[in-house]
Design a protein around this ligand. Sequence first.
Ligand code: NAP
Ligand code: COA
Length: 291
Amino acid sequence: MAGSRSTNYVDSDDCLLEYSYLFSPDLLRGKVAFITGGGSGIGFRIAEIFMRHGCNVAIGSRNTSRVEIAAKKLVQVTGGRCLSLCMDVRHVDEVSSAVEETVASLGLIDILVNNAAGNFLCPASSLSSKGFRTVMEIDTLGTFNTTKAVYERCFKQARGGIVVNLTATLGLRGQVMQVHAGCAKAAIDAMTRHLAVEWGPDAVRVNSLAPGPIEETEGMRRLGGSWARSAGLFQKLPLGRAGSKLDVAHAALFLASPAADYITGITLLVDGGSWLTTPNAFPDILPSAKL
Ligand code: NAP
Ligand code: COA
């Protein structure tokens, strides 16, 4: 299947030029997925891989042209259906309208991927209350808003459904300059466990997927990826490389598939062992930082 590749991967995401199936091409045939932040980066690749496996997909974020352009590329390359939606996960009414539009256009949602997030590097001492709140609202509250809306409209009364929450390993060892995102993602991991317990009887599976450093993403660009690469940090990881968007998309596909039918309430780390060995303190990361 053909696609085009831009030289500026962060500003313009493109579909894979080549794809070899690892799973059955019909793995998600006839399913409907709703992916927040699906117009770029990891969310875009998850949308592509889901569509390549027969899923119809809705992608939603704040930037209308971004999701419209992404949807066109996804349809062109995979031949599936993709709906683009303008929404801010912080606003309950926008989320509800997007869910309604998806149901009207593609049918009831089977799979929700909470991928939308905001982040930046900032030492706690320089971080304002508003900065902390902004990240908590996009990541944690946004995940709650979207999950609640999809559950109420599509999953409850034992119809069932699948939730995959994109989190991170930041809070596991307390990464510097990441107190906002580490707390927001840890709260989502807790939400995963709470909802897995509460909604299991409705046949709803809820899991988190925590990527490590992923090449060619906005997250990597913002969080010191170039520095880590030039410092040779990725070669020192247990698996000796940074991850790819495809690594994450395949893990999301697994969690969203019947192969994971007895898996709920977990956080699946897709990080090549990175959290075990990556430096997480100022002297290692910023030798010049004043403590
Ligand atoms: P990205 O391309 O910037 O993806 C974030 C997406 O979220 C964007 O499409 C953005 O679109 C959307 N978004 C942001 N705020 C929103 C809001 N208020 N409402 C709706 N949509 C919103 O970044 P990425 O690197 O691919 O990250 C994807 C996910 O993986 C995130 O959850 C991130 O925390 C996680 N992660 C990434 C890495 C990594 O190495 N990249 C590592 C660990 C975890 P708009 O701007 O159009 O709204
Ligand atoms: N350092 C410290 N604080 C920052 C900051 C930075 N680099 N960027 C934003 N903030 C804080 C500030 O307190 C800011 O308020 P102020 O401008 O009044 O001081 C507050 O966050 C809100 O910023 P704003 O730009 O108004 O928020 P927004 O809702 O428009 O955007 C962000 C949210 C800041 C997270 C923005 O970077 C974004 O949209 N990110 C999405 C993409 C992304 O982060 N991808 C990577 C995912 S891992």
